[in-house]
Write a protein that binds this ligand. Structure first.
Ligand code: ZN
Length: 339
């Protein structure tokens, strides 16, 4: 079986055994070969010349450590509330704004933290290498005369941005973010919210199947101030939109690229959190139309939603109140007038 190097960085990973092991573990992952099958790896053929009984194949742990050492991608660490309420966006705040938890467990030791992947460094690495750079050029090179919308790049929003001159370089990149909450441990109060990035420059089969996790928010509560966690992501996105991605390619050519943010999505509860909607089980549970629900053993919405007025941004602002407020309470903003 020929090993396919997904990233052409063999010149940076000088150790042959390490390079071979990386391909070996990648094939195991792609083909769902369990770790328990590893005991028989000595029978694999071909082995690199220096991987033998005396000098065995490096472990997955060592391969990951080696990659970290040669990688240009870094994570920025931010202090956060151990219960998951908020992230600290300054150096001065000492206590969570939503619970009594202190910022530090000991001097210079945060009670909890969140690591945030740099989108700029991640994209610079992809553009630097010829193999991954060519994959990113799919956005610029594709054409679709079928009349069908096969890709987000066939959508009106992307076309509008192109017409506005936002994708003037073949190297400019379209991305989308998504969030999803999950409980990683059964019967535990521990919760996590994952922030993923999808690169729309890649073919849909690649981009949709391999989103990149740029942050995992953890705690015993779901985030009370989601924007605080997302602030570094938004700040970096704004910088990348205006051009902050200068890359020297592996052929020594210098390019200037931009990264544009097309979507931010998630499932219904995640989108509700993003836009400060009170949720689909609340009295005003539709986030698109102003249709009032009726409670009868559950929340029901009668009639055809599209016959109701479309909601405006201001109509979501009631959820900015304290969380102990009754989510089904009457709204106190604009559309109260039309009731
Ligand atoms: Zn807190």
């Amino acid at each position: 079986m020929e090993l396919v190097d997904p990233i052409d960085d063999s010149d940076r990973l000088q150790d042959d055994a390490m390079l071979w092991a990386r391909g070996f573990y990648k094939i195991m992952e792609d083909t769902n070969i369990p770790r328990s099958a590893l005991f028989d790896y000595d029978n694999c053929n071909p082995l690199p010349a220096d991987a033998s009984a005396e000098n065995p194949l490096p472990s997955l742990y060592l391969v990951k450590k080696c990659f970290e050492e040669v990688s240009d991608v870094t994570f920025t660490r931010h202090h956060s509330c151990p219960r998951g309420c908020m992230m600290y966006c300054d150096d001065e705040t000492t206590t969570c704004a939503y619970c009594p938890a202190a910022r530090l467990a000991a001097p210079e030791n945060p009670a909890s933290y969140v690591d945030n992947l740099s989108i700029r460094e991640y994209m610079a690495g992809k553009l630097h290498q010829a193999t991954t750079r060519n994959q990113l050029l799919y956005r610029h090179q594709r054409s679709n005369d079928s009349g069908n919308a096969d890709d987000i790049l066939d959508g009106d929003v992307y076309k509008l941005l192109v017409n506005d001159g936002l994708f003037s370089s073949q190297y400019d990149i379209a991305i989308g973010l998504s969030i999803d909450g999950f409980t990683p441990l059964d019967k535990s109060s521990f919760q996590a919210t994952m922030v993923n990035m999808t690169v729309y420059n890649l073919r849909p089969m690649i981009s949709t199947l391999s989103p990149t996790t740029i942050m995992i928010i953890s705690g015993t509560n779901k985030p009370r101030d989601l924007e605080s966690f997302l602030q570094p992501v938004f700040t970096e996105s704004m910088q990348l939109t205006s051009g902050w991605l200068d890359v020297v390619l592996d052929n020594r050519q210098e390019i200037h690229a931009k990264v544009h943010f097309l979507t931010f999505t998630g499932d219904i509860p995640a989108v509700a959190d993003l836009i400060h909607h009170s949720g689909h089980m609340s009295k005003w549970g539709c986030r698109v139309y102003l249709v009032r629900g009726a409670h009868s053993g559950g929340m029901y919405f009668h009639g055809m939603a599209s016959k109701f007025p479309i909601r405006q941004v201001a109509s979501f602002q009631h959820t900015l109140r304290h969380s102990n407020d009754d989510k089904n309470a009457e709204l106190y903003c604009d559309f109260m007038i039309i009731e």
